[in-house]
Write a protein that binds this ligand. Structure first.
Ligand code: NAP
Length: 244
């Protein structure tokens, strides 16, 4: 039986847990080979086991996305091995401390900006040539409502997502007419993950969607049939439309 993503190669950052983990499984179940990036070896290995159990395939890339030179090397390795990339899910993220803006430490600032904004830029720089080779390159970048609706005590995270969004949208404008790549932003909304538990301690998790609720939308957005470009997709709106 053919699957919608058969033969495709998709790179997922932040694949060791949370939304990235569930998305990687959904992509593999849909037939894509998954290149799974994160620091935590144990999380990646458990993903590999689960994907194999589904009959899918996965390559593990344990790495720190703050090692920007390694992002460049990753592009070279993928070029040597596959010569193209069909999908990029730029999902890895860090929240940092929820704290007044004038209390954000320089160390935390750099970590948040590195992972949430600079790594997406470096991934675009490294992987754009490979996405161009695909017959239908797709890229999805995970964002948050605070990028456009600033909230007290979320300054560093909000700024990092706003900066990432703007960089991605400029890239999307540049490539719209001259490539087949389609690029979109996705706001999952509050989702039951480690990050959300840190942001909202004490919240009743049973009210939240799980990463496995969000994952099918991500797999859809990374498929060749998804032709929207330069849009901001809301998981909540998508789920509402699905329920109607
Ligand atoms: P999570 O459970 O905390 O997972 C974050 C992922 O990012 C992990 O796999 C982590 O892997 C990876 N990561 C963090 N720092 C990294 C680094 N330096 N190098 C490589 N990988 C790194 O978060 P999540 O809730 O699934 O969030 C996924 C995305 O959705 C994020 O971009 C987040 O901002 C966005 N988002 C989430 C929510 C929500 O409610 N959950 C809402 C809005 C937006 P390692 O630690 O193994 O490296």
């Amino acid at each position: 039986m053919t699957k919608p993503l058969d033969g495709r190669i998709t790179l997922v950052t932040g694949a060791s847990r949370g939304i990235g983990y569930a998305a990687a499984k959904a992509l593999a179940a849909a037939g894509s080979h998954v290149i799974a990036v994160a620091r935590t070896q144990g999380g990646l290995e458990s993903l590999d086991d689960e994907i194999k159990a589904l009959g899918g395939t996965c390559s593990l890339v344990p790495m720190d996305l703050r090692d920007f030179d390694q992002i460049d090397r990753l592009g070279g390795l993928l070029n040597d091995r596959y010569g193209r990339l069909d999908g990029l899910l730029c999902n890895a993220g860090v929240l940092g401390d929820i704290t007044p803006a004038n209390h954000v430490t320089p160390k935390d600032w750099m970590r948040i900006i590195d992972v949430n904004m600079t790594a997406p830029y470096r991934l675009i720089r490294s992987l754009d040539p490979l996405l161009r080779v695909s017959d239908a390159g797709r890229a999805v970048f995970m964002t948050s409502s605070v990028a456009r609706a600033p909230r007290a005590y979320w300054a560093a995270y909000a700024a990092s997502k706003a900066g990432m969004e703007t960089f991605v949208r400029c890239w999307a404008e540049e490539i719209a007419d001259i490539t087949k790549i389609r690029v979109n932003l996705l706001n999952p909304g509050g989702t039951d993950t480690q990050m959300r538990a840190k942001a909202m301690p004490g919240e009743d998790k049973s009210t939240l969607p799980t990463p496995y609720d969000v994952a099918p939308l991500i797999a859809e957005m990374l498929g060749p049939d998804y032709t929207a470009h330069d849009t901001l997709v809301s998981y909540r709106d998508w789920a509402k439309a699905q329920a109607e």
